[in-house]
Design a protein around this ligand. Sequence first.
Ligand code: FES
Length: 106
Amino acid sequence: MSTHDSWVEAAALDELPDDDVKGVQVQGLDLALYRVQGEVFATDDMCTHAQARLCEGFLEGHEIECPLHQGRFDIRSGKAMCAPLTEDLRVYPVKIEAGRVFIALD
Ligand code: FES
């Protein structure tokens, strides 16, 4: 049995280019999906610092750089890596099944 009750489909795996980020809406939430070396990660799309969308930022390795003030988060943990960020980013569990990407929202 899955440890999460609320897996929801967020994208098809082949919509996600490797080493890139894509913004998606899942049940009214704006999320950012990242694919790095074949693995997929999901976070909130909105930066914790101000109103900027991380899907418009720059992904380098496992870090996303915010397009507005260049704050960086680790997309595996959501950890805020540098100023001006003071708050971590929410991350979501991801699983891939039959070429579809599912996110746990609970
Ligand atoms: Fe993201 Fe300021 S809005 S670093």
